[in-house]
Structures are given as structure tokens and as C-alpha cells.
Design a binder for this molecule. Structure first.
Ligand SMILES: C[S@@+](CC[C@H](N)C(=O)[O-])C[C@H]1O[C@@H](n2cnc3c(N)ncnc32)[C@H](O)[C@@H]1O
Length: 233
């Protein structure tokens, strides 16, 4: 999906929250000059390690920088800015969402698009609880994932804490924690937020295969472009 948009919009793309550069590398392999920003140094180190395994022409096309999506200035313009893997949901305050959108808008080349995906949960219910999942990693090792989730519908927030424990012969070898809070947007809310921050919606899908969005879709995939809003300019 993002690769097709990059081809259509000038072969120069920016990935927000680039993580391990899993997607950025796919775009670069297909000839797209791809920039990626992330605010987590350990993610950027992992991205550099993945990139080091690529041939020189792919490495040359990828530019990684440590920056926060809420406040960045790369002094570049892109035909495609994309924020994949539900990452926009991690911006939980209205101020953070608006600052990110302002930065994104400034980085779009004329005719460029901003594409991203969001979780879609039509009926957000008050809910919380623990869950445990077990999965064999190989013949010797098993990983156990323990999680606690909590939904606060009045604030449209959902938080998840995950603990991963790796076991070998019943002995725990390592344990690490991952957690965070996400904001669950409504279709009306995200439409308003985009409009208020100088975007107009070009396409709205229910998945990356461009299926139409409806009330049962598990995600919203949105393609937006700069509106000609003089107040924002
Ligand atoms: C769910 S991961 C997605 C990684 C990658 N885009 C992918 O699809 O494989 C979200 C990434 O966003 C980064 N991130 C979260 N908040 C950020 C922020 N405020 N500024 C920059 N990066 C951020 C995290 O460090 C993480 O690498």
C-alpha cells in the first residue's frame, strides 16, 4: 500500500516512527528514496543493523534520523509521508496530534500525501483484565506473554502492559516489559482533527488492500493532502 503510494507520488518518502526500518527497507529496495525518523535510539540502532545487511544501493537510499514526530524539521519535502502500524494512535493528547500534523504538513511536497492507519473500535467499552499466552519459540524455549489491558472509554484511551518471559526447561531466562497507551479515534474525530490542521481527505479505506471502510472495519486507512487553508499557512 505505502510502496504503491510512494511510486505514485514521486519516489521520495518519509516514514514516521520507522522502528526497525522493516518497511523503509522494502521501499528502498523498490527504488524509493526513504527517510525514517524515530525518537527511540534503540529502535534506530536495530534499524541500522538491518540496513547494514542490505546491498550498497539500498543503503544509500535510506536516511535515518532521531527525531520526535511532534517536533521535527528535516529541511526536506516528500511526495509521501506515512505513519504505519497504528502509530498515530500513540499520540494521546490533542496537542501532540496537532503538533505532529503541523510538522507533517510542512514536509509535504506540492501534490504530496500523508497516509496512515488507525485502530477502529466502534463500540469502546469499559474493560480491563489479565491475559496469558504461551508460544514455543523452538524445541527448547517457550515464550510466555502476560498482559494487562485497560480501556477508559470516556477518555477514549486504552492501555496495555505486556511482560514477555522466555523459558528453557521450566527456567526463566529473561523477562522484559513493554507498555503504552493509545488513543482510539472515531471516524468523525479524526476527520475533524485533519481538517482543523490543514488537511483534506483524499481516500478512506478499511484496510491496506483498499477495501471500503465501514462500521465493522478493524482499521481506518486514510490518505490526506494539504488543504488550501490560508489561516494555517
Ligand atoms: C509500532 S512501532 C512501528 C515501527 C515501524 N513503523 C513498523 O511498521 O515496523 C512504532 C514506532 O514509533 C516510534 N515512536 C513512538 N512515538 C514516537 C514519537 N513521538 N516520535 C518518533 N517516533 C515515535 C517508536 O519508537 C516505534 O519505533
Amino acid at each position: 500500500f505505502y510502496l504503491e503510494l510512494a511510486h505514485r507520488h514521486g519516489e521520495k518518502a518519509l516514514e514516521l516512527g520507522v522502528g526497525t526500518a522493516r518497511l523503509a527497507i522494502q521501499l528502498a529496495r523498490a527504488g524509493v528514496e526513504t527517510w525514517g525518523i524515530d525518537n527511540a535510539p534503540h529502535m534506530l540502532r536495530a534499524a541500522e543493523r538491518s540496513l547494514a545487511r542490505e546491498p550498497p544501493e539500498v543503503r544509500r537510499r535510506v536516511h535515518l534520523e532521531q527525531a520526535d514526530v511532534r517536533d521535527f524539521d528535516l529541511n526536506e519535502r516528500f511526495g509521501l509521508v506515512y505513519f504505519p502500524s497504528y502509530s498515530f494512535d500513540h499520540l494521546i493528547t490533542g496537542d501532540d496530534q496537532a503538533s505532529a500534523l503541523r510538522c507533517i504538513r510542512r514536509h509535504l511536497a506540492p501534490g504530496g500525501v500523508y497516509a496512515f492507519d488507525l485502530a477502529h473500535i466502534p463500540k469502546l467499552k469499559e474493560d480491563s483484565g489479565w491475559f496469558v499466552q504461551r508460544k514455543p519459540l523452538n524445541r527448547e524455549r517457550t515464550v510466555v506473554r502476560l498482559g494487562f489491558h485497560r480501556t477508559r472509554p470516556e477518555k477514549r484511551l486504552m492501555s496495555v502492559d505486556l511482560w514477555y518471559e522466555v523459558y528453557e526447561d521450566g527456567r526463566m531466562l529473561e523477562r522484559y516489559h513493554e507498555g503504552g497507551e493509545v488513543y482510539i479515534h472515531t471516524p468523525d474525530g479524526i476527520r475533524r482533527l485533519l481538517e482543523e490542521n490543514g488537511f483534506e481527505i483524499e481516500a478512506w479505506y478499511g484496510g491496506h488492500d483498499r477495501q471500503p471502510f465501514n462500521n465493522t472495519s478493524g482499521m481506518m486507512v486514510i490518505v490526506a493532502r494539504r488543504s488550501r487553508n490560508r489561516e494555517i499557512d
